[in-house]
Each structure stands twice: as structure tokens, then as C-alpha cells.
Design a protein around this ligand. Structure first.
Ligand code: C5P
Length: 393
């Protein structure tokens, strides 16, 4: 889920750095926009390093050439958070003034808005600011009230930026589709495995791990703890997920088996190599004019093995890459692997399945029910899938 964090020029801007990290831990992709005054306290470089995303400062910034950032960011934001919001920025937002990048993109966006004010208590208590807050609330913005206490200018009163956890909670509340995984641990296998032929060569597949990372992010957005056991080269896991990196199918099984006993839900999104070379040569197999024979032996079925060690009643969900015309093959896997359900990637579509950002799932349940996600981003598919599983009787 995409979050734009607008930082305006209060001393409390220094806390936005921690706030950005906490939001990332909660599953959000965070992009920061600074006002001119915020840049007196914090820098673009700080936020770019923390978030791994571009940080906007001027109204004419254009990180992707030819795409106006205020429109691009406004459209793609699932939520906009302004924290800290100064009196100036807050009053401008209420009046619809758009004279810098932050106010412009808020005005251009239909995303829900969360505002965490921080300012001098007199400024906060002034009639103008009160009216602006009422106006913003009337437009469904969520206001995270500042706290009472000592403010940087030496006065006492209501004006201190709310706690980071209160701000994160407000964002969660406004974006949450559900908190249905609160307190739950979800184990996800993800990405490809590599099966060595010798010290420098391996057999593998084209899995990117993007679906597994999207599932981990979705778990966190639904309030749960994500544990990812992922193969090499897979997509960057979200901050906040527990990550165990593995190489081969046997490594994946060993790592996941240890974690499965603590999981409340298990999802097998990894593309585990079905076979491995019976022997892996030490060093490098030398070139010769003779053909060489490769004997492959079957790998264990990781997800089926996890079913044997999982807590009783834990739901196990597999993935299968099949064309939509071959759902029977997926149905057989439900039985063979002891699954609660299987999510079938429609590999006959170029915009779904391996190594792309979108997906389309058919979800087949052991009890015969089926559901379809439609073509969506991998994150939306992941949220949809987890809700289907949690909501099932
Ligand atoms: O049999 P197939 O490979 O199509 O099954 C796919 C599902 O089984 C996926 O959930 C995948 O993660 C899991 N799997 C596994 N271990 C294997 C093969 C597949 O966990 N060796």
C-alpha cells in the first residue's frame, strides 16, 4: 500500500524519520514530500536513504521524466499523511491553497488524508486553526490530536506532535481493510530455489518472489507478523518481516519446518525446484567434447511436509501456476499436499504470474468452493487472498 508522507516545517520534523520507518514496518511503501520549511530541519537525502524511494521537495520535481509527480503521486497514493503539519500547512490544506508540492498533491489526490499537527499551543488553539480542523474533519480527514506538554518554543500546552504509534494507528485505521491477522504469525515460502550442479552452476526458475513479498506486506497491513523463508534473488522483502534466506529446496524445508510449529497460517508461494542434481560436483565441471548425463532426484514437497509439523487446525495455502483451463490439476494438489486451499496463477495471461507486478488468482478450496480475484496488483491479490482464507468457515 502506497503512503505519501508530507513533512512540513516544525521542529518535530526530526521525528518524521522514525515515523517513516515505523510506517514501513507496518507494511506501507513510504514516499516523502518535504516543504521548503521542512528542509530547514531535515533533508531529502535522509528520507531517500531511509525509504529507498525518491523524496520530493519542489513543486517542479519530476523523478520520472515526463510524468508530473504531483499527479503521479496523487493518483498512486492509497493514503496521504501530513506529519508534522504546521499551522501554515494545515490552514492552507483547509483553504485548498496549492502553492508547493505537498499542498498541490494533497489537493490533486482523492486518497484519504491523515493530519498530525505540531505547533505552538496558541497557534493550535487559534480560531483560524480550529476552523481549519473542523473543515478538514468535515472532508473526512483524520486528525491525530497533538499532545499537551512542553513545546520547543518553551511554552506549555497542546501542540506536541502525537506519538509515532498513535499516528501509525490512525493511518492503519483509515486504510485497514481489516485487522484480521492481529496477533497471528504467518509463514510464507517465497521465490525460487537453486539446486547446484557444481560450485558455480545451478538449476533454478524464473520466480521473482514478488508474490511472496506482497503476501508478507499484506500480512503486516492486516496486523499480523510475517515470516518469509525466501530463495535467492527474490524481491526485496518488506521492512518488518522476519526473513530467512535459503538456497536449495532442502534448505527451505529445514528452515520452514522449524518455523512452521509457531505459525497460525502457512502460505507456500515459493517455486520450489521439483528436482535436484543427485550429485553436485566440487569445483567447476570442465568443458569437454563428450556429452554429460545429469541425474536428477526429486526434492521433498516443502508445503506437504510442513503440514505434518504445523499446529493442529492451521490452514495451509499453496500456489499453482496453471492455465485457467487446467484447474483440475490444481484440485488434485489440494488433496496430495493436504491444503486448505490453492491459489492458481493464471499463467496464460502475460500480465499475471511470474515476474510481473500484477496477478489474477483463482482460489480453489478443499471443500469445493471457488473464488476469483480478478486482475489486480500483487499486493491487492495478496490482501484479497488472505481475507478469503481468514473469512472461510
Ligand atoms: O506441485 P506444484 O509445484 O505445482 O505445487 C505448487 C505448490 O506446492 C506451491 O505452493 C509450492 O510452494 C509448493 N511446493 C513445495 N515444494 C515443492 C514443490 C511445490 O512446497 N517441492
Amino acid at each position: 500500500m502506497n503512503l505519501v508522507l508530507g513533512v512540513s516545517g516544525s521542529v518535530a520534523a526530526y521525528r518524521s524519520a522514525d515515523l517513516a520507518r515505523e510506517l514501513m514496518r507496518a507494511g506501507f511503501v513510504v514516499r516523502v514530500c518535504l516543504t521548503d520549511a521542512a528542509e530547514k530541519f531535515v533533508t531529502q537525502a535522509l528520507f531517500e536513504a531511509l525509504t529507498g524511494q525518491p523524496c520530493l521537495t519542489s513543486a517542479f520535481d519530476e523523478p520520472v521524466a515526463g510524468r508530473m509527480a504531483h499527479i503521479d503521486w496523487a493518483r498512486s497514493a492509497d493514503v496521504i499523511l501530513v506529519a508534522p503539519a504546521t499551522a501554515n500547512t494545515l490552514n492552507k490544506l483547509a483553504a485548498g491553497i496549492a502553492d508547493d508540492m505537498l499542498t498541490t498533491l494533497v489537493l490533486a489526490s482523492e486518497a484519504p488524508l491523515v493530519i498530525a499537527p505540531a505547533m505552538n499551543p496558541h497557534m493550535y488553539g487559534s480560531e483560524v486553526t480550529r476552523n481549519s480542523l473542523d473543515e478538514l474533519r468535515a472532508r473526512a480527514a483524520s486528525i491525530v490530536e497533538p499532545l499537551e506538554g512542553d513545546v520547543a518554543c518553551g511554552e506549555q500546552g497542546q501542540g506536541k506532535l502525537a506519538s509515532i504509534s498513535a499516528i501509525v494507528d490512525a493511518v492503519r485505521e483509515i486504510t485497514a481493510r481489516s485487522a484480521k491477522l492481529a496477533g497471528k504469525t504467518v509463514l510464507i515460502t517465497s521465490g525460487p530455489t537453486r539446486e547446484p550442479l557444481d560450485s558455480v552452476r545451478f538449476l533454478s526458475n524464473r520466480s521473482s518472489g514478488k508474490m511472496g513479498s506482497a503476501l508478507a506486506r499484506a500480512v503486516m497491513l492486516m496486523g499480523g507478523q510475517a515470516t518469509l523463508v525466501c530463495g535467492p534473488g527474490s524481491a526485496r522483502p518488506p521492512l518488518g518481516a522476519q526473513v530467512v534466506r535459503v538456497e536449495t529446496a532442502l534448505d527451505m524445508l529445514e528452515a520452514a519446518r522449524g518455523l512452521a510449529q509457531r505459525a497460525d497460517l502457512i502460505v507456500g508461494a515459493a517455486a520450489v525446484a521439483d528436482y535436484r542434481p543427485e550429485q553436485s560436483a566440487h569445483g567447476k565441471i570442465r568443458r569437454s567434447s563428450e556429452p554429460i548425463e545429469l541425474r536428477l532426484v526429486p526434492n521433498p514437497d516443502v508445503i506437504a511436509e510442513l503440514g505434518k509439523v504445523a499446529k493442529p487446525g492451521v490452514r495451509i495455502v499453496g500456489f499453482a501456476a496453471e492455465p485457467d483451463s487446467a484447474l483440475d490439476a490444481a484440485r488434485q494438489k489440494i488433496v496430495r499436499k493436504g491444503l486448505f486451499a490453492i491459489a492458481v496463477n493464471n499463467v496464460s495471461r502475460p500480465d499475471a504470474g511470474f515476474d510481473v507486478d500484477s496477478n489474477e488468482l483463482s482460489l480453489l478450496f478443499a471443500d469445493g468452493r471457488t473464488a476469483r480475484s480478478g486482475l489486480q496488483s500483487k499486493l491487492s491479490c495478496a490482501l484479497w487472498l488472505l481475507e478469503q482464507i481468514v473469512d472461510s468457515p
